[in-house]
Every structure is written in C-alpha cells, then in structure tokens.
Design a protein around this ligand. Structure first.
Ligand code: ZN
Ligand code: ZN
Length: 192
C-alpha cells in the first residue's frame, strides 16, 4: 500500500469515528450532531453538516458501508415509547396527550386538535404532559418520528386548577404555559 493510500485510509478511519453504531435500528449516530443516519445518508450528512467535499464524503460513506454490510438505507423503524434513550442521540423536551398517552408532539395545538378529534371529552385542566423525547433527526423530527424515552427524574405534571368554570380558553393555556415553564420549556412552544 502506498503512502498516499495509507493516508487516505487513516483519514477515512478518522471520519468513521464520528459515528457510533446503533445496530438494532441500523443507524449511525453522528456524535457531533446527535442524529442518526442510515448508511446511505452518510455522504450527504458529511457534506451538509460537516462541510466535507463531495468526493471525500462519498469515500467515507463507501468505507463505512464496507464495515456495515447488510445494513439497509430505508429501515424506518423507531424505538418503542418509554424505553431507555438511544445512545448518542439528542434528548429533547416533548409533550404527549395526557389522556391516551399515545400521541407525541412538540406542539400544544396539535395535541389539542388530537384531543378533539379522538373525542377524549371535555378538556379539564391540563391536556398534556411533558416527556423527554428523541427522533433520528433530533428535535426537528416530525410528529410520527418522535418517541418518548424513559424519564430520569420523577414526573413533573402540570396541575389541574380546580374551580374554574370558564370554557376551555386562555386560562387553560396559561396553565399549560406555566407547566411548560416549570419544566423549562418556556416559549418555544406553539401556543396559538
Ligand atoms: Zn454530524
Ligand atoms: Zn389522546
């Protein structure tokens, strides 16, 4: 092997160490970006997120593919809700429907729409709970791509305010906002 070949191999190896394997879901987790990409997306990821030139990015992808034989590019699986967080992936704040616990989101409005659509009944008090979440693409993940991960500390639910007679309205959004603030979510939430 020539010196330049050796150098190239070292370079490829170095880029490869940016990723850790998630064999169960056949994803490579970028340690820097904390996202999980499929083998066939490595090149694009390096180009887009790390400014690697196309030629080099494709070489790294090929190099990684060689050691991940049989890994597919379109395994759309995601972990079940409530399990331990996937290593190396970003954990961010999410919310889910408090009634069915089966609707993950990042938007209060979305949960409220779901609540009405599913006929969960009158929204008394808080309709959401804050839960830690992950997705392969981080917090920008679309609703169906989000999954809930195990909490490390005790659940911090928002409290139901008793004695309110108004219809669902601003007061309830205030409670939700308060709840979100308490768990450190603050204003990034869509509360229209
Ligand atoms: Zn990255
Ligand atoms: Zn629900």
């Amino acid at each position: 092997m020539s010196d330049s070949d050796k150098q190239m191999l070292e370079l490829l190896e170095e880029w490869s160490t940016l990723f850790i394997d998630n064999a169960k879901y056949q994803r490579l987790i970028c340690k820097e970006c904390m996202v999980g990409v499929t083998v066939g997306f490595i090149g694009k990821h390096l180009k887009k997120k790390h400014g690697v030139k196309m030629d080099m990015a494709n070489k790294v992808e090929k190099h990684i593919r060689a050691s991940h034989w049989g890994w597919v590019d379109c395994l759309g699986l995601k972990p079940e809700d409530g399990k331990r967080a996937q290593e190396g992936l970003d954990v961010f704040d999410g919310i889910r429907c408090k009634f069915c616990r089966n609707f993950n989101s990042r938007s209060v409005v979305e949960v409220e729409e779901h609540w009405k659509l599913m006929g969960h009944g009158e929204m008394k008090g808080c309709s959401i709970e804050a839960v830690p979440m992950q997705s392969w693409v981080g917090r920008e993940g679309k609703r169906p791509e989000l999954w809930v991960v195990e909490k490390e500390e005790r659940e911090k639910d928002c409290q139901v305010q008793k004695g309110h007679t108004e219809e669902f309205g601003d007061w309830q959004l205030e409670i939700i906002k308060e709840g979100l603030k308490r768990v450190g979510l603050g204003d990034e939430w869509v509360v229209a």
